[in-house]
Design a protein around this ligand. Structure first.
Ligand code: ATP
Ligand code: MG
Length: 355
């Protein structure tokens, strides 16, 4: 399996290094045949080649079996004309990676929740409020005069249906219910179209139950009774916010793995951002990116019919859970004392000890 590795900005290089070490350990243990190809993006690439997403790196993405994208500090980039391209938004829209799949599972001892959380948020990834490329220059925002600013939110039936399909397919492999999260009581046209599209897809999945919930109620229910959710499907910004809430409720933003998936391509990406406040200090929790890489192995394993990749993911997921359940092997964001490198070493020791 050929994997393109793009370390990114902020804590990106540190957590990417940890992820690469873990992948090497899994490969040595199970003979997965992983071929990793590391390339610069972000501010490192801007300095070297004048673009935060060089053309030759972009061209590699559809040629490999999967990509690991580190977090990027896109808010520090120069304008597009000066080489500043948000790699995350560019990859999602250009390659139609329409589903951002974010599993969240609570770990005993790390969560304050009253009922266990084991859910997956499937977030629409190509439109909504964050549709950089689908609008005119400047993305979906404009200021007609210095005193007023507008944001345009684009919702289409096509994008809503395809993300809904991802959610229903996933629910079939889990507890068979999907909750569509929306605000159609106020945003009657846009969220109304999203909801109608999800309902239309639900008709093809009589074995999966569709529930509907308004986004503010969903934010509350995530705290009160997370066990009542299986798969959630929602529009771009709601999904962004709810998944941070969900992973923090599980213990830390640094825990949630995620992939951006389309029909043919998949990009692993941590749920959190580049965390500039702790960058370069060797204290970031690498779990989110490590689990994201594991989800990528699983995604490719399913498509290429390579069960050993799927087993490697199961093994990784199990061992990560047991390592973070142990207070002595936690990073600081989880109340522990380990830095990135020591945590990674402990994780690899546990991975290679257990079959
Ligand atoms: P973005 O706009 O890219 O989503 P953000 O503003 O949401 O970025 P994050 O980079 O996700 O911000 O960071 C939010 C907070 O969580 C910061 O205080 C950061 O230090 C912390 N954090 C994020 N990721 C990690 C991690 N892997 N380990 C430890 N702390 C983290
Ligand atoms: Mg964020």
């Amino acid at each position: 399996m050929k994997i393109l590795v793009l370390p990114g900005d902020g804590i990106g290089p540190e957590i990417t290094e940890a992820t690469v070490e873990v992948l090497h350990a899994l490969d040595q243990q199970a003979g997965l045949g992983l071929e990793l190809e590391r390339r610069d993006i972000g501010l490192a690439a801007l300095a070297a080649s004048g673009s935060t997403l060089p053309d030759d790196v972009l061209a590699r993405v559809p040629q490999v079996d999967g990509t690991i994208l580190g977090p990027v500090s896109h808010y520090d980039y120069p304008p597009r004309a000066e080489g500043g391209i948000n790699p995350s938004a560019e990859l999602r829209t250009r390659f139609e990676l329409y589903a951002n799949v974010r599993p969240c599972r609570s770990v005993d001892g790390l969560t304050v929740l009253r009922t266990p959380m084991d859910l997956v948020i499937v977030r629409e990834n190509t439109e909504g409020f964050y549709s950089d490329r689908s609008m005119h220059a400047g993305g979906g925002e404009f200021m007609p005069d210095p005193e007023s600013a507008f944001s345009i939110r684009k919702i289409t039936a096509r994008a809503s249906r395809r993300v809904a399909r991802t959610a229903f397919e996933l629910a079939r492999t889990r507890r068979s219910h999907v909750t569509a999260v929306h605000k159609a009581n106020v945003l009657k046209l846009s969220d109304g179209l999203f909801l109608d599209s999800v309902r239309a897809v639900a008709a093809d999945y009589p074995d999966v139950e569709l529930r509907e919930l308004i986004v503010d109620a969903a934010a509350a229910r995530l705290i009160r009774d997370p066990a009542s959710f299986d798969v959630l499907v929602t529009t771009n910004m709601f999904g962004d916010i709810l998944s941070d809430e969900a992973s923090e409720l599980c213990g830390s933003l640094g825990l949630g793995g995620a992939v951006n998936a389309g029909d043919d391509l998949c990009v692993a990406q941590a749920q959190h951002g580049s965390a500039p406040d702790i960058a370069g200090r060797g204290i970031a929790n690498p779990v989110s990116l490590i689990l994201s890489a594991g989800l990528l192995l699983d995604w490719h394993g399913a498509r290429a019919d390579r069960p050993e990749l799927r087993q490697a993911w199961q093994h990784l997921d199990r061992v990560v859970t047991s390592v973070i359940a142990e207070p002595a092997t936690r990073t600081r964001d989880l109340g522990g004392s380990l830095g990135t490198a020591d945590f990674t070493e402990a994780l690899i020791a546990a991975l290679t000890k257990e079959p």
